[in-house]
Design a protein around this ligand. Structure first.
Ligand code: HEM
Length: 565
């Protein structure tokens, strides 16, 4: 009898013993089936709500994943094309992952102004080996605690103390650019280098005088790390660490991070030693003209809402950077790192590792964004000569033929240049998408739709900034979109290049001030030309919006007119 069973079961020898491997396979199938049923049931709520959200059709299982295959520019074009039919909210599926794009300013306000929906989407984990738990990716109590500590270090009075450095580095970049006289070249390389140099000084207090080879290596490593992160976002097969770690990029990343972290650690060590010896902030900026710390004319000295400088967002939007100007005390002369170390010495709850994470975060966030923004601005000047004429006229009215450095007051008078900068950030927002992970359902303001918990929810800044219902002729570069009366009549959340609300960009004021000084210095010395028209630009959006062909411009040294009397 038992022999019969053994034969029937295909087993040799003892008929009642099933080998562990067979048992494993025997149980695996129902276990997988159970897991799949549970997984489907647990997602039922999500699937039901997602079903009602409009979006382009996808394939079974893959969803819209194939739209993300191809060159960076073709992916960008496909997404923009497919999004054309949707003006409020769009859904796509990347395999099992639901991504919802918000486009209506009312919904954008709901998300960005919230203190609940502050968790970053899982894709931000690629930054983790570099930035640890820095401000960009941290969440919850830690983020709140550190944001409170960091926001005041970007106070306007601190920023004014950086103006000499901004000027010095702007003059240097102009000197370097002279060698490109008349030739077409990619201005992003120059903007990138200049931005990292300025950050090394203002964020870490590492001045050119004290900088050795490690400063240069650091700057190069930051730029190359950004390239690897961009690449990883673009190539879906590099998403899992398992595959990424097998590539040459992973090996490169280890080396680059070693260079980056070694310098951050070294600088922190030196500065701490200086603190212990009582020479606080010894590597920090020392050349500050007290005139730069004066309040601009017309400022009653009560708040930092300086008349005439928008700082990159709608006039009535306020965040934690808009605080009392007087509430900064003695801190104004120190670099960002010195201020953090000082806070730690004074009992703030931040460890050395966390300080390193925050400095690395500032170096990343402050670099690529500003380099892209300034490169798009120069491209726009090259394409729109009649607009450039007006900017140049404004600069000549302010500076005449003088070579003097720009003051804070000058930046307040660069009203047309500022409008051009805002229009550049509208049409070419360096951060074209802001993504959050949704931990609870979000009922939209623009419709009855509900975005389910578990989705990645994003603000599609690029699309929002080009809505015809908000910006007539949205694809035309028109700085008058930022005339005060036009801004006053628009939804505040219709322009969010720096995000907005509690997780807005802490570097927003820093970026606007620095950009005005660098760009005005370039246009005081050169006229910019572009051989390509705007419609020839091949846009690519990895993490940062860029031009695939590079930011090709030509420069012509220009004669300045004497200041009008
Ligand atoms: C044109 C230049 C810039 C643009 C367009 C820009 C844009 C943005 C945007 C859209 C965010 C939100 C990102 C998100 O939620 O995923 C952000 C966050 C941030 N930015 Fe900027 N940024 C610029 C320059 C800077 C600079 C110069 C610094 C520092 C020196 C900086 C530091 C940061 C930090 C630390 C965060 C994270 C804030 C938080 O989560 O609390 N940014 N930026």
């Amino acid at each position: 009898m038992s022999a019969t069973i053994a034969q029937a079961d295909g087993l040799n020898g003892n008929a009642n013993i099933i080998s562990p491997i067979n048992m494993f396979y025997f149980l695996l199938a129902p276990a997988l089936l159970l897991w799949f049923v549970y997984w489907r049931l647990s997602r039922r709520h999500m699937l039901e709500l997602a079903e009602r959200i409009p979006g382009p059709k996808g394939l079974p299982l893959l969803g819209n994943a194939l739209d993300l295959v191809g060159s960076s520019h073709s992916v960008f074009r496909t997404i923009i094309e497919k999004g054309k039919d949707y003006n409020e909210v769009i859904k796509i599926w990347i395999g099992p992952k639901l991504i919802v794009f918000l486009v209506d300013p009312r919904d954008v306000e709901l998300l960005l102004s919230s203190h609940v929906f502050i968790d970053k989407s899982p894709e931000y984990r690629f930054f983790k080996p570099w930035l640890g738990n820095g401000l960009l990716i941290s969440t919850g109590h830690k983020w709140r605690q550190h944001r409170k500590l960091i926001a005041p270090t970007f106070h306007l009075n601190v920023l004014k103390s950086f103006i000499d450095l901004f000027n010095e580095n702007s003059r240097l970049v102009v000197e370097k650019m002279h060698k490109e006289n008349g030739k077409a070249f990619d201005c992003h390389d120059y903007m990138s280098e200049c931005t990292v140099e300025i950050l090394l000084e203002t964020a870490m207090g590492v001045s050119k005088k004290t900088q050795d080879q490690s400063g240069y290596d650091y700057a190069m490593a930051v730029m190359k790390m950004c390239d690897i992160l961009h690449l990883r976002h673009r190539k879906m097969w590099l998403y899992p660490d398992l595959f990424f770690n097998l590539t040459q990029y992973a090996k490169k990343q280890v080396k680059l991070l070693d260079t980056i972290h070694s310098l951050t650690k070294k600088v922190i060590r030196n500065k701490k030693a200086a603190f212990d010896k009582g020479t606080r902030g010894s590597l920090a900026i020392t050349s500050i003209k007290t005139s730069e710390l004066e309040k601009p004319k017309g400022d009653a000295g009560k708040t930092s809402t300086v008349e005439g400088l928008s700082f990159g967002q709608s006039a009535n939007l306020k965040d934690d950077l808009d605080v009392d100007e007087n509430d900064i005390g003695e801190k104004k002369r120190l670099a960002f790192l010195d201020l953090l170390l000082e806070s730690a010495e004074n009992g703030a709850l931040i460890s050395d590792e966390e300080i390193k994470n925050q400095v690395d975060t500032i170096m990343f966030e402050g670099h690529d964004t500003t380099a892209a923004g300034s490169s798009f601005f120069l491209s726009m000047m090259g394409v729109h000569q009649h607009i450039q004429d007006k900017v140049i006229q404004e600069l000549d009215d302010i500076f005449g033929d003088s070579d003097r450095p720009a003051t804070f007051q000058d930046t307040l008078e660069m009203k047309y240049l500022e409008r051009c900068l805002m229009e550049t950030l509208r049409m070419y927002p360096p951060v074209p998408i802001i993504a959050r992970s949704l931990k609870q359902d979000l009922k939209l303001a623009s419709s009855d739709l509900i975005v389910p918990a578990g989705a990645t929810i994003t603000v599609a800044t690029f699309k929002l900034h080009r809505l015809e219902s908000i910006y007539p002729n949205p694809d035309v570069f028109d700085p008058d979109n930022f005339l005060p009366e036009k801004q006053a009549n628009r939804h505040y959340y219709a322009f969010v290049p720096f995000s907005a609300g509690p997780r807005s960009c802490v570097g927003r004021k820093y970026a606007m001030l620095k950009l005005k000084i660098i760009l005005s210095t370039i246009l005081r010395n050169f006229r910019v030309h572009s051989d390509l028209k705007e419609e020839d630009f091949k846009l690519q959006a990895d993490i940062i919006l860029k031009r695939e062909e590079g930011f090709q411009i030509r420069l012509e040294p220009r004669k300045r007119k004497a200041k009008a009397l």
